[in-house]
Design a protein around this ligand. Structure first.
Ligand SMILES: Nc1ncnc2c1ncn2[C@@H]1O[C@H](COP(=O)(O)OP(=O)(O)OP(=O)(O)O)[C@@H](O)[C@H]1O
Ligand code: SF4
Ligand SMILES: [Mg+2]
Length: 333
């Protein structure tokens, strides 16, 4: 199945997700829209609790329902609305056409089976292969994700691999059925910096080779500069800025993005103090009125306290910013 020309691979429109909790309703996702094309990488960035994972879980169909509830919006995959699909259809799409990579490979892999068995099982269940052929495919895949001595290691258990190697096995599992879309949720957060870069490069290379769409969720701006095409910045369950990666780095159009960028170390500013955005992200049970960023924003004025900013366009092609004062914010860094 491929999409009609002009139809994005994945098109999330005005998605709303809530959680019923003892203390009240947590509005975790408030009107998020983003799209990814085949062969493209969208980075989703934002502090902890901004709704990055919940949005991804809704797309994958693995949201905790209840307490979670999708209260509005559409999730179009190759033009088909997943929120209207049957449970069986969703399961089939999830297995074959989209896959997810999580931060913690150790808890995502089964500790009592060798990695070879786990990979082979994918081919047995979904492709009707024999155990032996599945195992051969497993070795092939382990080679593809550059696990040294794959043939010798195929019968090893997850705990016998280093963190970086385990993450490669997770990538191999996700790639096994050659899905059209991969969502990687903080895939390198638990790894050392050098290993992070290697895993990220691998993911990026495979995405190109397989022409997959990739959604890369991270709170690390340093990671995305080289691998993403577009960035969506989330705050309090909303997208506050959306832009091609180069434009966003060169001239952010939202004070929150600007703050995030100024808190990343830069070689050309060595020795200068790093900026930190003051305060904390809001409790989603009590989101501030107007612009939810106003208590932390150095540019906030009266209107920001009363009027929620819409997503303004006009700062460049494919760009938008939810800030009343995007024009003042925009500018070379
Ligand atoms: N099962 C749940 N029950 C109640 N609230 C939840 C549940 N899952 C998520 N939430 C809430 O939804 C909000 C968004 O969470 P989400 O996991 O999407 O954040 P995130 O941006 O992925 O953060 P992080 O960077 O920490 O992973 C949070 O306030 C969280 O407490
Ligand atoms: S709308 Fe106001 S408070 Fe919100 S980001 Fe813009 S200037 Fe800051
Ligand atoms: Mg998360």
């Amino acid at each position: 199945m491929t999409e009609a020309p002009g139809t994005p691979l994945l098109d999330v429109k005005d998605l709303h997700v809530e959680f019923a909790t003892r203390d009240g309703t947590v509005r975790a996702v408030n009107g998020v829209s983003y799209a990814v094309d085949a062969g493209q990488t969208l980075a989703v960035l934002g502090e902890s609790g901004s709704g990055k994972s919940v949005t991804a879980q809704a797309v994958m169909g693995i949201l905790d329902i209840p307490p979670g509830r999708i209260t509005g919006g559409r999730i179009l995959f190759r033009g088909r609305d997943l929120l209207r699909a049957s449970r069986e259809e969703r399961r089939a799409i999830r297995g074959e056409q989209m896959a997810m990579i999580f931060q913690d490979a150790l808890s995502s892999l089964n500790p009592v089976h060798s990695v070879g068995i786990q990979l082979a099982e994918m081919f047995r269940v979904h492709r009707g292969m024999s155990r032996k052929d599945g195992k051969a495919k497993a070795v092939e895949l382990m080679d593809r994700v550059r696990i040294p001595a794959a043939r010798e290691r195929v019968n090893d258990y997850p705990h016998q691999f280093s963190g970086g190697m385990r993450q490669r096995i997770m990538i191999a599992m996700a790639l096994a059925l050659e899905p059209a879309l991969i969502i990687a949720d903080e895939p390198t957060t638990a790894l050392d910096v050098t290993v992070q870069a290697q895993v990220m490069d691998l993911l990026s290379e495979l995405r190109r080779e397989y022409r997959m769409g990739l959604i890369l969720i991270t709170h690390d701006l340093g990671v995305v500069a080289d691998v993403a095409d577009r960035i969506a910045v989330m705050y309090a369950g909303r997208i506050v800025e959306h832009a091609p990666v180069r434009d966003l780095y060169r001239s952010p159009a939202h004070p929150y993005t600007k703050g995030l960028l100024e808190s990343v170390p830069r070689l050309d500013r060595k020795g200068k103090e790093l900026y930190a955005i003051k305060g904390l992200p809001p409790n989603l049970l009590h989101v501030p009125p107007g612009c939810p960023f106003h208590p932390r924003c150095p540019l906030a004025r009266d209107i920001c306290v009363t009027d929620p900013p819409p997503l303004y366009e006009g700062m460049g092609e494919g760009r938008s910013s939810a800030c009343h004062f995007w024009k003042e914010t925009l500018g070379e860094r």
